[in-house]
Design a binder for this molecule. Structure first.
Ligand SMILES: [Zn+2]
Length: 197
């Protein structure tokens, strides 16, 4: 996979056309290309954080929830994590991003998460995209696309909507295949007749 370049709107991590670099992109650049440079010594790659989000997604799947996970990172430090839980909590807003941003807000004592990045295994829906914009995340990184409800380019792109006041750098496609495979396996298992391994 080529190094991930922060971009101004939601495009695939390996995407073209050549993205423009957001003014916010300098804040936390943790792509593989930066590793080893003194200014970013110790920085983790997007794939590293997405792998942690995938762990949370698997944990949600183990509970019978659609396997989606998210982690919030600030200045290279894990702040909070969340996993999908609408069924278990009887809460339609219990998406991984919402759980993670609420936990991050509590952890940091701030309703604005301006210096934070969020890594989520599935493209945010409109509800979550709105919440992420409200939280002022500087960067939103997601894994698989969601062609049915994705609000970062698949159905609509709230991150690229100039009429909205707040903007976040948004990129997709980080560990996308792993995230999509987890979802495919989850739904395939649910469709499988009982008793069939
Ligand atoms: Zn959502």
């Amino acid at each position: 996979m080529p190094p991930i370049t922060p971009v101004s709107t939601s495009v695939e991590a390996d995407g073209s056309p050549a993205p423009s670099v957001s003014p916010d992109a300098h804040r936390v650049v943790v792509s593989g290309a930066e590793l080893g440079r003194p200014a970013f010594r110790g920085a983790r790659s997007d794939a590293h954080w997405m792998a942690l989000a995938l762990e949370r997604a698997r944990e949600a799947g183990d509970r019978g929830e659609v396997p989606v996970g998210a982690v919030v990172v600030r200045e290279g430090v894990l702040v909070a994590a969340g996993s999908n839980c609408p069924i278990g909590t009887s809460d339609p807003s219990g998406h991984a991003e919402i759980v993670a941003l609420r936990a991050a807000g509590r952890a940091l004592g701030n309703y604005r998460l301006t210096d934070c990045n969020i890594f989520v295994t599935l493209e945010p829906c409109a509800m979550c995209a709105g919440a992420l914009l409200q939280a002022r995340f500087s960067r939103v990184v997601f894994g698989a696309r969601d062609p049915k409800t994705g609000a970062a380019g698949s159905v609509i792109d709230l991150f690229a909507e100039p009429r909205l006041n707040h903007h976040a750098v948004c990129i997709g496609g980080v560990l996308a295949e792993e995230s999509a495979a987890l979802l495919r396996e989850f739904f395939a298992a649910r469709r499988r007749p009982k008793g069939v391994a």
